[in-house]
Design a protein around this ligand. Structure first.
Ligand code: TYM
Length: 332
């Protein structure tokens, strides 16, 4: 691979329709990296089965998400965009890294604690060791930068710790990655409960905006967004409020600063602002939705693109895996 360029790695789980949070926190930034860096992106389907999936839906979500990413601007001829479970090095390195990750470290992961509460009937071992699989994803490509939303920061930090530990035992092997977290959009909150993040699996249909939502539904969701009893469109630095979330979304979608947003809506009230946010989101998503339909009508094209990327990902990652195995002392 091109050794001169920085390597970007990121992934998203095909665990349901993509939310505006996934888009603004992660995917939108992937696109911007493609011209400057060596980009490797994946659908992290091995991560998805840490929560029980309906097989037909899981299968359908994976294909649809592949198409949706292309529609968002991931260019399969510029970036390597593959499916994690197709590249066996990921589960193999994950096992090895499990042996260099401490029980205590994994127990401290906020996402593990949250998901254990949410899926209390299925706190499986995969859910617990999920961060070592994520570390494998990143370290297999010696990635420098990891564009993610705020909720993944802790996992990237753990990846650094694991890499550092391995390097200090066996000598320089892995590049230490850094997360890239956008200024606006890093933490898009639920429209109904602005103190929790917008999530694919929220039971309240009005809480999350999905990339494939119809314009009329997007408008309805923003109009119903929970705010407060004030009426001025001002970012409140002391409190987490619904209006902060809407300002953040508008800023991320329009690339305007928070100051600019406040000025634009001075004296105009929450109602007008909510409609403007909805319209900006609808306009941002319209071309993505059109492109998505085109890609979904050509499954052969999608297959051709992910198979090519699977092969490239395997070639790159096998080299790293072999080096790791040699250093650990496996007979290879
Ligand atoms: P996942 O699928 O939960 O989320 C995908 C990306 O979307 C970001 N995100 C958000 N950003 C802003 N606001 C929100 N409300 C919001 N919700 C989600 C996430 O931070 C993420 O960047 N473990 C990862 C997938 C993964 C991965 C990796 C990522 C697997 N291996 C290696 C980076 C590198 C996950 O479950 O993301």
């Amino acid at each position: 691979m091109d050794k001169g360029k920085k390597v970007i790695f990121s992934a998203v789980q095909p665990s349901g329709a993509l939310t505006l949070g996934n888009y603004l926190g992660a995917v939108k930034n992937w696109i911007d990296f493609q011209d400057k860096y060596k980009c490797i992106f994946a659908l992290a389907d091995l991560h998805t089965i840490t929560v029980r999936q309906n097989p037909e839906e899981f299968h359908k979500n994976t294909i649809e998400l592949y198409a949706l990413f292309l529609a968002c601007g991931v260019d399969p001829d510029k970036s390597t965009f593959f499916i994690q479970s197709h590249v066996h090095t990921h589960s193999e390195l994950a096992w090895i890294l499990n042996c260099y990750t401490q029980f205590g470290e994994l127990s401290r992961m906020t996402q593990f604690k949250d998901k254990s509460r949410k899926y209390s009937g299925n706190i499986n071992v995969g859910l617990f060791t999920y961060p070592s699989l994520m570390a494998a994803d990143i370290l297999l490509y010696n990635a420098d930068l990891i564009p993610v939303g705020e909720d993944q920061r802790q996992h990237v930090e753990l990846t650094r710790d694991i890499a550092q530990r391995f390097n200090s035992i066996y000598g320089q092997t892995f590049t230490l990655p850094e997360s890239f977290i956008p200024k606006a959009g890093a933490r898009v909150m639920s429209l109904q409960k602005p103190d929790s993040k917008m999530s694919k699996s929220d039971e309240n249909a009005n809480a999350s905006v999905f990339l494939l939502d119809r314009p009329e539904d997007i408008l309805k969701k923003f109009k119903r967004a929970v705010t407060d009893s004030n009426s001025e469109v001002r970012f409140n630095h002391e409190q987490k409020t619904g209006i902060n979330n809407l300002i953040n979304i508008y800023s991320a979608v329009t690339d305007k600063t928070i100051d600019e947003v406040e000025k634009e809506f001075e004296g105009r009230g929450y109602g007008t602002f909510k409609t403007s946010v909805a319209q900006a989101v609808i306009e941002k998503l319209r071309p993505i939705q059109d492109e998505f339909k085109k890609y979904m009508s050509d499954i052969v094209y999608l297959e051709e693109k992910y198979k090519k990327a699977d092969k490239t990902a395997l070639e790159i990652s096998e080299e790293v895996l072999n080096e790791v195995k040699k250093k650990v002392g496996f007979v290879i």
